[in-house]
Design a protein around this ligand. Structure first.
Ligand code: GTP
Ligand code: SPV
Ligand code: MN
Length: 595
């Protein structure tokens, strides 16, 4: 499919090492994809679901030990440890290559190596970057066909150039002890072995579009961020764009596809989804604004909790052409189910859980994750074009102009519903001190507060301190920068219930944010930033939320912020001496304002 010597010689080298029985090039045609689906069904790798109810949908179960990203086994391999920084795992490249070589050698014997030429971003656009993933997993091929733009046209666009990201993935033995997700930013190379799950193996996503791309972005003057992109359409037809960075499983897909509450929908407000996970941002030379594209082509969304009320758009998106991973199989009608879909789980006898065992829904106990039918990090892989609210700018070559950048996380107490930073520099600081309770999206304990700067802690491909500096530098290069905000949908009352209704009602907060961007509304200056006057958050039509509730949600508790400052100091110390002096100045200023 190509005469590119850089590509061909690399594939030869990888094939000599992994020793597949055959090599198949993925051309992006439906015929080839269909043949692969059929093959995967014949081996049990996929199960074809009910074609009437879920056309072109499939179910896949991963190994029980392989259900989430593995941050502990994810490495940035730069020549020096300092380049990777203290937040990343690091290994010297030649040492890691040697270790990997042992694991890859002969790993594809008796198997097929698939060659996937793919683009992150619209092929041929200024934003686009190309990659080739070699994998021995049909599941990976079929997911990549949804998540990225795959095909011959990528090779045509690449031409004779060596400017592409090399990705090698081998399932090997799915051995946890020898699982490695490794990045060699200086070599444009990603190598993944012994996993078959999501972000560990769909190398275009977190590995390329965040870790490698963040490294390239710093070098080339742009940004790769863990952000959704959405457009808010006003009744007069104007559309304003917002990007938002929340840690994994903290609400990006939900916010990106939100349905306005009735009262706002009736007035003509609409929300359009440009992206739900990753944004690439560049300064536009013509108007000096920051523009965003979503480099992906589909959604790898969290299934549990997705339902007709919380996120109908996501639900409709995954009703066709979708791969479900680690959800419940309803064998009565050959469909799928997950916790929080509806109140009708398949009956015992008709239900197979994510591990492939019979599942008894009557034994389900909310507090005991081991009784779940679907894994808490079970996912759907669905095409963006099937999303009812996909933006008309989804395939835009120049991206969308960003009015506001929003940071957010799960904080039971400290962070208020929303506040605005004083300026870009302070906004970058606000991003750098983000924290959130951990979720099931990564292996490890769930519900522990950890600092997660810009929601990028697991995804920065270089030193976190330098990444902060890159944020500060970008601000100086954007003549008309977006305003920067922080939100928290997850404040709880003394019984642990969420106070804010969230989901569609989050639009009420977005409208305040956009009003601030336009200078249409005042705010209260506090120690942490500008907080709304409670009256300015529209609560019309909300039965459980009063003005007092909003006041409670917006309150800034000085004592818990002072505690947070101590924790931030520890975290900055952990990042080490690359933390810019400017960030320490901002921290000192915050401490002073807190009194
Ligand atoms: P990744 O794909 O891992 O990057 O996750 P994400 O940020 O896209 O998270 P997603 O939108 O899938 O949400 C994850 C979980 O958060 C789901 O269980 C949702 O039900 C829950 N959630 C999302 N938005 C809200 C909200 O506004 N309020 C509350 N209480 N929960 C929410
Ligand atoms: C995340 O964990 O932030 C995800 C899922 O979006 S994964 O692709 O597995 O990283
Ligand atoms: Mn994500």
């Amino acid at each position: 499919m190509t005469k590119n010597v850089h590509v061909l010689s690399w594939i030869d080298e990888m094939a000599a090492m992994t020793q597949p029985d055959k090599i198949v090039w993925i051309d992006g045609t439906e015929e080839q994809a269909e043949a692969l689906r059929a093959e995967a069904c014949s081996t049990g790798e996929l199960t074809k679901l009910n074609p009437e109810l879920l056309p072109n949908c499939y179910l896949h179960r991963t190994a029980v030990n392989d259900v989430a990203r593995v941050e502990g086994r994810t490495y940035i391999c730069t020549p020096t440890k300092e380049e990777a920084g203290n937040i990343n795992n690091w290994m010297e490249p030649s040492e890691m290559y040697a270790k990997l070589k042992k694991l890859y050698t002969g790993s594809m014997k008796g198997r097929t190596m698939y060659v996937i030429p793919y683009s992150m971003g619209v092929v041929g656009s200024d934003f686009a970057k190309y990659g080739i993933e070699l994998t021995d997993s049909i599941y990976v091929v079929l997911n990549m066909l949804i998540m990225t733009r795959v095909g011959v046209n990528v090779l045509e666009a690449l031409g004779d150039s060596a400017d592409y990201i090399k990705g090698l993935h081998a399932r090997a033995d799915i051995d946890e002890e020898n699982r490695y997700i490794t990045h060699f930013p200086q070599d444009n190379t990603i190598m993944s072995v012994n996993s078959g799950y999501g972000g560990n193996v769909l190398l275009g996503k977190k590995c390329f579009a965040l870790r490698i791309a963040s490294y390239l972005g710093r070098k080339e003057g742009w940004m790769a961020e863990h952000m959704l992109i959405l457009g808010v359409e006003y009744p007069n037809g104007d559309i304003k764009y917002v990007t938002a960075a929340f840690p994994s499983a903290c609400g990006k897909t939900n916010l990106a596809m939100l349905i306005p509450p009735k009262m706002l929908a009736d007035k003509g407000y609409k929300v359009w989804c440009v992206g739900d996970d990753i944004a690439w941002l560049r300064v536009n030379k013509e108007d000096g604004k920051l523009y965003a594209v979503n480099p992906e082509n589909g959604f790898f969304g969290v299934a549990p909790g997705t339902n007709e009320k919380s996120n109908p758009n996501a639900l409709h998106t995954c009703m066709r052409d979708t791969i479900f991973t680690n959800v419940v199989h309803n064998t009565e009608n050959n469909t799928v189910w997950w916790e929080g879909l509806d109140n009708n789980p398949p009956k015992p006898g008709n239900a197979i859980d994510w591990k492939g065992n019979p599942w008894d829904c009557t034994k389900y106990d909310k507090k005991d994750k081991s009784t779940c039918g679907a894994h808490p990090n079970s996912r759907f892989t669905a095409l963006a074009k099937n999303c009812p609210c996909i933006s008309s700018e989804f395939n835009s070559l120049k991206g969308v102009p960003v009015s506001a950048i929003v940071f957010g996380g799960r904080r039971a107490k400290t962070a208020p519903l929303v506040y605005q930073s004083f300026n870009w520099q302070h906004g970058a600081f606000v991003g750098s001190i983000m924290a959130s309770e951990t979720t099931a999206a990564a292996s490890g304990a769930v519900g522990v507060v950890r600092r997660d700067p810009m929601a990028m802690r697991p995804f920065v491909g270089y030193n976190m301190g330098d990444y902060f500096q890159h944020w500060l530098d970008m601000g100086k290069n954007i003549p008309n920068p977006p305003a920067i905000f922080h939100v928290n949908w997850f404040r709880t009352d003394d019984e642990g219930h969420f106070i804010w209704p969230g989901f569609g009602d989050n639009l009420r907060v977005l409208l305040w944010i956009l009003d601030r961007c336009e200078g249409k509304v005042d705010a209260v200056e506090t120690a942490i930033g500008y907080v709304p006057n409670a009256e300015d958050i529209n609560i019309e039509g909300l039965s459980d939320v009063t003005l007092d509730t909003i006041k409670e949600l917006l309150s800034v508790d000085t004592a818990s912020w002072k505690e947070d400052v101590e924790n931030i100091k520890e975290f900055y110390a952990l990042i080490g001496d690359h933390v810019p002096a400017t960030m320490y100045e901002e921290l000192a200023a915050l401490e002073k304002r807190l009194g």
